[in-house]
Design a protein around this ligand. Structure first.
Ligand SMILES: *Cc1c(COP(=O)(O)O)cnc(C)c1O
Length: 386
């Protein structure tokens, strides 16, 4: 008996390989950090989201050990059964206070948090308005929400306003990355809030790449956005925070409603409580980590001045640790990435269709765990390859 569906998968895999679109996983040994062993090779990594170097920090490791002895490994149940540990609860309170919002809710991943917020809060007859460059998890969540889904050109608020004005949906939600993950630029938060107020909409901001980094770690919210009960804020906690999970911060009623109704919150086992204990320590490190924030700022400035006159590509205008170097053609970006790897520098090439045609790029990310020498090596290598 032939198994037609399996054969179709195999044909699909062969086609991906033939078009050089097959994705593969690099194998990491040891701890995450600025210097890692990947596929057996020791390299300086410019591609993690561990912006503060917390993922393997001894202070967090010690917090994990201490928590492990108190709470064991597994949560054992969902939050609404018996899985909601004091460590989860205390992290939520600390996070809400740090962000300046009344309440917060901890999720196992950012993907699940986005799914929960969009499917639960967009309303039965709602409409979601989303920036075209939003993260894939926001696009999937909007589609799964089943409500009308309208996209506007990147940061094009005139187009967004036209769409809001034309909408007859009783519930509206504007959804945007706060820091855009492939470009490193920052959304115009107050201008988005103006539109949310004018058209009586929610404003949901995904700060996966800004939390822990912008404003000495408090993330990309403006004071007005912190104070507004229209603004729902998401931080993911596997990037700068160095651990795992995500937290939504908002008005108490928003958080209460999510606890009552959000299926991706209710019908899943709580994350291991030891991770929440690590997150409490991570939050302390972010709050008091002036030296890390300062180092990261210096690395960003060093890279930007070092590459300002580079012939082979252009840095996008970004003040964040995401520093995309636009090369142009897919093949050129891939070749450069390989040449850097031969020099022990790991920088991924991001190609179409992930980014628009002709803007294939090296996506350089910086971390406080890098040394000035690491950054200098990358700058020199790029000049040498030019
Ligand atoms: C990484 C990321 C997510 C997903 O978060 P996870 O915790 O990794 O699931 C969501 N939104 C944005 C913008 C991200 O960059």
């Amino acid at each position: 008996m032939t198994h037609a569906a399996l054969t179709r998968l195999q044909d699909g895999l062969a086609a991906l390989k033939a078009e050089h679109l097959e994705r593969r996983r690099r194998l990491l040994d040891g701890a995450q950090g600025a210097h890692v062993t990947i596929d057996g090779q020791r390299v300086v990594s410019f591609c993690s989201n561990d912006y503060l170097g917390l993922a393997a920090d001894p202070v967090l490791v010690a917090a994990a050990h201490a928590a492990l002895d108190q709470c064991g490994v597994g949560a054992g149940a969902a939050h609404l059964i018996t899985g909601h540990h004091r460590f989860h609860h205390e992290f939520e309170a600390a996070f809400a206070r740090f962000i300046g919002k009344p309440a917060a809710l901890l999720f196992s991943t950012g993907y699940m948090a986005n799914l929960a917020v969009l499917t639960t809060l967009a309303g039965k007859k709602g409409e979601i308005f989303a920036d075209k460059l939003n993260h894939a998890s926001l696009i999937d969540a909007a589609q799964l929400s089943g409500v009308a889904f309208t996209r506007y050109r990147h940061n094009d608020l005139a187009q967004l306003e036209g769409q809001l004005a034309a909408s007859t949906a009783p519930d509206k939600m504007i959804v945007s990355d706060l820091v855009f993950s492939m470009d490193g630029d920052i959304a115009p938060v107050d201008a988005l809030l103006d539109l949310a107020e004018r058209y009586d909409a929610w404003l949901y901001l995904d700060d996966a790449h800004g939390f822990g980094v912008l404003n000495d770690g408090r993330g990309g919210l403006t004071e007005r956005a912190r104070a507004s009960d229209r603004v729902i804020y998401l931080a993911t906690l596997g990037k700068a925070a160095g651990v795992a999970g995500a937290a939504v911060a908002a008005h108490e009623s928003v958080i209460d409603w999510l606890i009552q109704k959000a299926r991706p919150y209710i019908y899943t086992t709580a994350s291991p409580p030891l991770l929440a204990a690590c997150l409490q320590e991570s939050l302390r490190q972010i709050e008091t980590g002036d030296a890390r924030h300062e180092r990261l700022r210096r690395h960003i400035a060093q890279l930007r001045s070092g590459l300002a006159d580079l012939k082979l590509g252009t840095l996008m205008p970004s003040e964040t640790p995401i520093q995309p170097l636009v090369i142009g053609a897919n093949a050129d970006a891939v070749r450069l990435s390989q040449a850097l790897l031969e020099r022990g520098l790991l920088v991924p090439a991001i190609r179409t269709p992930t980014v628009p045609a002709g803007t294939a790029r090296l996506r350089i990310t910086l971390s406080a765990a890098h040394s000035a020498d690491d950054v200098a090596q990358l700058v020199e290598a790029l000049h040498a390859l030019a």
